[in-house]
Design a protein around this ligand. Structure first.
Ligand code: SF4
Length: 295
């Protein structure tokens, strides 16, 4: 009997999104322009351990503590954005602010003001600990309730006339849709925006991994554990019944994990550099997998 052909289904929709590319370009430009002052990134520039480590090795400092930032420093705001108090404090310290907030995250910040000014109370679907959610909520904390899951629905204050729902850009598209429905059921007067705030790269990558996972036994997602969009790629693959693992680099893949696997999917999060994906592909090709690209 012939040996079963081993196939690697590679998501063509993977890796750096435009917000991450733009943020990293801003860092490179800043590195070439500011030779004297310390260069500090507020929060991780993008949620990838390897990228952050490489920048640290080139002298870039990372902090989430405003108090630790010296006067006159060049401070890069990460792709996930920050609330207005951060800009305020940095201005007081006379810092040079280089804003690498993704325009798609900025759009949600702007919507908070737009809807608040129209008298809406905002229900924001997101994760409390994520920098993006922290920054958006900081725009108008007294006018927003965070919805992490259906458990938060009973906490929606009922004393407002108009409600609108917004969401974090990198959530699981299926979960967001389901939460929108649950909010509508709990609060029939709520107004829904014409579309949710998931960014298009998040949606495209989740759709791609969803179709790949249907055809595979296992899926490898290259990305860091603190990357929301990468974790969601794993979740979407698991929901299709595939085994899915999230790895920073090829070294985290255990050979035993590949034993008996004939169809494997590979994708990467929006902040994972392509050389890390190539490392994983090389390893799998050496194990006898042949690559098929999946749109
Ligand atoms: S994942 Fe989407 S919202 Fe986040 S940085 Fe990338 S393009 Fe922007």
């Amino acid at each position: 009997m012939g040996k079963m052909e081993k196939t690697l289904l590679l998501a063509t929709s993977r890796g750096y999104c435009f917000g991450v590319k733009k943020a990293l370009e801003r860092v490179e430009k800043t590195l070439s322009e500011f030779h004297q002052n310390p260069i500090i990134v507020f929060n991780e520039i993008v949620h990838n351990r390897i990228v952050v480590d490489q920048l640290k090795a080139r002298g870039v400092m990372f902090t989430a503590d405003l108090d630790s930032i010296p006067e006159n420093a060049a401070v890069i705001i990460s792709a996930h954005g920050v609330g207005p108090h951060v800009y305020q404090r940095l201005k007081e310290k006379n810092c040079e602010i280089i804003d690498a907030t993704c325009p798609l995250v900025q759009k949600v910040h702007d919507k908070v003001h737009y809807y608040s000014n129209l008298g809406y109370y905002i229900l924001y679907i997101g994760k409390a600990s994520h920098e993006e959610a922290i920054g958006v909520i900081a725009e108008n904390p007294s006018n927003i309730t965070l919805i992490e899951s259906e458990k938060d629905l009973p906490h929606i204050p009922r004393n407002h006339d108009r409600y609108i729902v917004l969401n974090q850009t990198t959530l699981n598209m299926f979960e967001v849709e389901s939460l929108y429905e649950q909010i509508r059921a709990a609060l029939p007067s709520v107004e829904m925006p014409s579309r949710n705030d998931l960014c298009y790269t998040t949606t495209e990558r989740q759709q791609a991994v969803n179709s790949i996972a249907k055809q595979c036994e296992s899926v490898i997602v290259i990305g860091s554990a603190n990357s929301s969009n990468s974790r969601k790629l794993c979740e979407v693959a698991q929901a299709q019944g595939a085994k899915a693992i999230l790895v920073d680099t090829v070294d985290e893949i255990d050979d035993r994990w590949l034993d008996g696997v004939n169809r494997i999917g590979v994708t990467s999060g929006a902040s994972a550099p392509e050389f890390l994906v190539e490392g994983v592909i090389d390893r799998l090709v050496k194990r006898g997998f042949s690559v098929t690209n999946v749109a």
